[in-house]
Write a protein that binds this ligand. Structure first.
Ligand SMILES: [Zn+2]
Length: 250
């Protein structure tokens, strides 16, 4: 069994900072272009060996090297250009020697990070750049690996997975909110509102202005607000509103 202690928020934040700086150092040493904010609009150069290094940074800092010890010889890492909705995937395959494990990371999801400058979250946590997005995706996949190793199956929609991801990493969810080309192109035909549009809406006789950061059944509208809890790269603060599409005007 892979074991862990329930981590405090401050432990988790410190360990993440440490991992991020170690990971950035590795990328710089290898003369890599995968550095913070360097790639807006460009594709990410990332190789399997960097994914592997990130995995073991997490193993050292959160799991006392147990992943290496128990499944180090069975782990593989890969990158996918085709995975466009999931940020990562854990694949378990059975052979005569037992199970082998693979963590696959989506390049399109990381590359889409700068499609908009709206706030992004992975597993319910705010991420400030594509490195942090990659890190939280890795944390999610590590929880899959642990759950599979300990119990022979893994499902991130079920309670047991959520408990593991909260105890080790304090995750608040299991999805990512990074825009995709598809979501940006998604238009509501009746209102013709798209992600990124500037919009107005009325609430209790007051007119609000903002921009659309997401569209599901309702639109998510970010409204400039000095007391808002969301902050963009420029330091502007926003409040988040969920507005029915029919109430929005350009
Ligand atoms: Zn999952």
């Amino acid at each position: 069994m892979i074991k862990w202690e329930v981590k405090s928020e401050s432990y988790i934040l410190n360990a993440r900072n440490h991992i991020k700086s170690e990971f950035l150092k590795l990328l710089e040493i290898n003369n890599h272009s995968f550095t913070a904010n360097a790639l807006e609009g460009k594709s990410i150069l990332l190789s399997n060996s960097f994914i592997k290094k990130l995995f073991y940074l997490y193993d050292d800092n959160f799991l006392k090297g147990q992943l290496e010890k128990f499944i180090g010889d069975k782990m593989k890492f890969s990158l996918s250009k085709r995975m466009t909705s999931s940020g990562g995937k854990s694949i378990f395959s059975k052979s005569v020697q037992g199970y082998s494990y693979e963590i696959r990371i989506s390049l399109p999801v990381l590359n889409n990070f700068y499609l908009t400058n709206s706030e992004k979250r992975v597993s319910g946590l705010v991420v400030l750049d594509h490195i942090e997005a990659l890190m939280i995706i890795m944390e999610h996949e590590i929880c899959h690996v642990i759950e599979f190793y300990n119990y022979g199956q893994s499902n991130c929609k079920a309670y047991r997975f959520k408990k593991i991801s909260i105890e080790i990493f304090n995750h608040k969810g299991v999805y990512h909110e990074i825009p995709s080309e598809k979501s940006l192109n998604k238009k509501n035909k009746s209102t013709n509102i798209s992600v990124g549009d500037k919009v107005k809406f009325t609430f209790k006789d007051k007119i609000y202005e903002g921009f659309v950061s997401n569209i599901t059944k309702r639109a998510t509208v970010m409204v400039l607000d000095s007391k808002g809890q969301y902050k963009d790269k420029e330091g502007n603060r926003y409040g988040k509103w969920y507005v029915p599409l029919s109430n929005l005007h350009k």
